[in-house]
Design a protein around this ligand. Sequence first.
Ligand code: BES
Ligand code: MN
Ligand code: ZN
Length: 500
Amino acid sequence: MDFELKTLTRARVCTEKCDALVVLVPLNVEEGDDTLSVLVEAATQSGDFERKPGKLLQTYRTTGIAATRVILVGTGEGSAKNVRTAVTAAMGTIKGGNAQRVVLCLSLLKEAGASHMQAAVVACGDAAYSYSATKSKVQPAKLQRTVVAVASAAEAKAGFEKAVGLVKGIALAKEWGNRPSNHATPVMLAGAARELAKLPRVKVEILGPKEVAKLGMGSFMAVAQGSEEPLRFIVLRYDGGLKSDAPVVLVGKGITFDTGGISIKPASEMDEMKFDMCGAASVLGAFRALGELQPKLNVIGLIPSCENMPDGKAIKPGDVVTSMSGQTIEILNTDAEGRLVLCDALTYAERFKPRAVVDIATLTGACVVALGAVRSGLFSSDDALAQSLLNAGERSLDLCWRMPLDEDYADGLKSNFADVANVAGRAGGSVTAAKFLQRFAAKFAWAHLDIAGTAWKSGAAKGSTGRPVALLVEYLLEQAAKTTAVSKAPAKKRVKTVRA
Ligand code: BES
Ligand code: MN
Ligand code: ZN
C-alpha cells in the first residue's frame, strides 16, 4: 500500500474522491459550516456518535461528500495512543471490504504533531499488512492507497516520511517473524539480509559454520550442532555517519525454531517457537527503515541464527562449552539457548568499539509472566541508555519497562563445572537470563530487550507484531540527531569527512 500526504482543509476533504474517508474526531472540535463539520456535529448531537477513542459511525453516499463511505471515529482527548486506537478501529471496518483508496483525515485534530502522524500511519500500515507467503491462493490486497489529509502538509512532512519508512521496517519484521521455520531457515534469513544490502549505505557480510568456528564461537556453535540446517552469523552495516563515529550495535536472537533441544518443550503451542527469531527480524526491520530514512549515524546489526533441535549430535544437559569470550558455560538446560547464541554475538560486538549495544530477544517465558504483551522487558547496565530506550518506547508507543540487574540475581548461575551455568532456578527467570548476558557485555554500554511477550500474538490473531522496530528506529533517529548536533558544534577540526 502507498501513502500520500496532502493539505486538505475540512471543506476540501469533502470534495476528495475516495472509497472511504476516515475522519478522526476529537472531543473538542472547532465548529465549522462545511459539510463534514455539520455532519460531525449532527451525529454527535443525536447521540449516534460518541467521540470516545475507537467509537465509530459510518455513513454511505452522503450528500455533499465525494467519498463513498464516511467513517467517523472518535479520538477522545486526541492523544497519539487514542489516534492509534481510532485508526485501528476504522481500518478494521475497511479491511474486509472493497475500498482501494482511503483518505485518512487528521485535519480536525487540534494537536497533530509527529507522534500523532506516526501513530496514524503505523496503525494504518499494521492494518494493511497481510501474510501470504505460504498460502496457495493469494488474495491481492484491495487497499492500494491511503491519502493522509492534514491542515498543513509542509508542517507534517518530516513526521509523515519517518512514519512511512518505519511502516516498511515493521512490515519486513512481521513478514520474517510470521514465516514458518521451513520457509525462514538461517540461510533464508541471511538472504533477507542480503536483499537489504541493495538499500543505500547498507552492507552485509554473512558468516557460515567455518568462519564462526574460526572466531571461536563455541557457545553459538553448540546450539546449532543438533540441527541439519547450517548456522549463519549475519553482519549488517548501515554507514550513515562519519567513519570516526562509534556505531550503535543491534544484536537480534535468530533462533529459527526452538524445540528446546534435548530439554524438549511440551507439544502444545510449540509451533509458536517459529517466532523465536523475532529479535533478528526486528534488526532486519530496523535496517529496512534506516535504508529508507538515511539518518546520519552508523549502525551495526548482528544476527546469530540457527535452529535448536534434539538430535544424536545435539548438546546434552551438563555439557560444557567454551564461548568466544573464553568463559566456559555449563549447559544445564538446552532450552536456554537464546543466551548461548547471544553471548558470542555480544563478544563479537566488542570489535566495533560501539557507543551502545542493544540486544533484542524472545528470551524468556518468565518475561511473559512478568510483563505480558504490553511492555517489553528492558535490562541495562547504563542508566542513560536505559532512559533513552524507555523514552523512545513512550514516543513510538512501543513500550518497555526497566527491570533490575542486582548482582544477587546472578547467584543461581554458579556452576561446579564451568565459569557459569546457563540457567538459574525458576524464580526471576527473565532477570537471571539478563544477568547471564551481562557477563558478556562488560566492555560497552549495553541494554537487553526481552520481547518474548510482545513480539507476537497468540490465539485467533496469531502473528508477529513487528515490535520493537518502532522503539529501535525511534532510538536510532534520536542518536542520529545527537551526532549531528555534536558534529555541527565548532569543536576540534575534523580531518576528513568520509561518507560511505
Ligand atoms: N524462546 C524461549 C523463550 C520463550 C518461551 C518465549 C515462551 C516466548 C514464549 C527460550 O529459548 C526459552 O526456552 N527459555 C526458557 C528458559 C529456561 C529454560 C530457563 C524458558 O523461558 O522457559
Ligand atoms: Mn529455548
Ligand atoms: Zn528460544
